[in-house]
Write a protein that binds this ligand. Sequence first.
Ligand code: SF4
Length: 372
Amino acid sequence: MEMNEILVTYGENIEEQAYSLAETAELSALIGGRERRIGLKPNLVLASPAEEGATTHPEIARGLIRYLRKNGFTNIVILEGSWVGARTGDAFPLCGYTALVSDLGSAETRVELLDLQADRAHPYDCKGMKIEICDSAMAVDFMINLPVMKGHCQTLVTCALKNNKGVLPDREKQRFHSLGLHKPIAHLNTVAKNDFILVDGICGDLDFEEGGNPVYSGKLYAARDPVLCDAWTAAQMGYRVEEIPYIGMAAALGVGCADPAKAVIRELTPPLVPRKAPTDQRSEPSGKVRQLASYINEEKSCSACYANLIFALSRMEKAELKKLPEKVCIGQGFKGKAGTLGVGRCTGSFDASLPGCPPAGTDIAAFLRGLM
Ligand code: SF4
């Protein structure tokens, strides 16, 4: 797999999606020697099940570990430090990682589960900013970052670059907030490891790091460049890269490429995963997703397409939404039919239609604004 590639799968079998991404990326060749210590860094920001949109599905780790073992790698550790105020010791069992490790465990090939809140840390010079990083995270030879694609109340988007905040001791996490997050996140990633990234885009939250408004898209994707990964993620969620300062800052520090147009996207499966209606989602207390759905006329749409439309609508002001001439049509049920306003290739016969299969959130928002 090349540095500028992003491999995407859509599906409903998360473990198999993770396995096939590792296989297609030829992950074993990227890792190298079988004795190397491999770290898996999920996002377990707090004790909340993955279905709520905040944390990484444990099936992803399961699929990866199955692949790694099949290819002769046995020195594997899952490591994470939850945010300040939550205990990783609570998140591991509730998010399914304690059970995962116990399922996988023969004594000689046991996968370690390591709470970075209990780890020691040392300072590193991160291109001009001194940052303390946990020893165990720096001790792995190859780090597989497993972020969730989701919204964030301060940085708008959180994915690969920000997920590395979990390798900091709590006092350093607090200092990051006092520094406004963006600059220290960019500097952290000049030293913290990011050798392979597998993003959980199954049902990330609309706009909050702690979940509660999951947007189901059934998507997993792999990348090697964390900056490109986040730039592309931002575009899927309806943001321009300039709106997420840490992405551009990390690029300026040489961490990667911040131009989503430079990403070479390889879809391993078509996006034809049926949409899950909001009522199928386990948690939607504030009803934001349901409220945005009132602007949509949906017929047999794919999850990823519908999710990008929801993300795009959530980026628009209420006043803008009110100016929409009518509900936005989306889905395979509109193929070959006439209509006025639609997004996605399936509405290609409409008077106004945005191509793409699925179109990115940022393109959808620009298209809809262009009609006003
Ligand atoms: S354009 Fe049609 S086929 Fe393509 S993702 Fe959207 S709904 Fe699915």
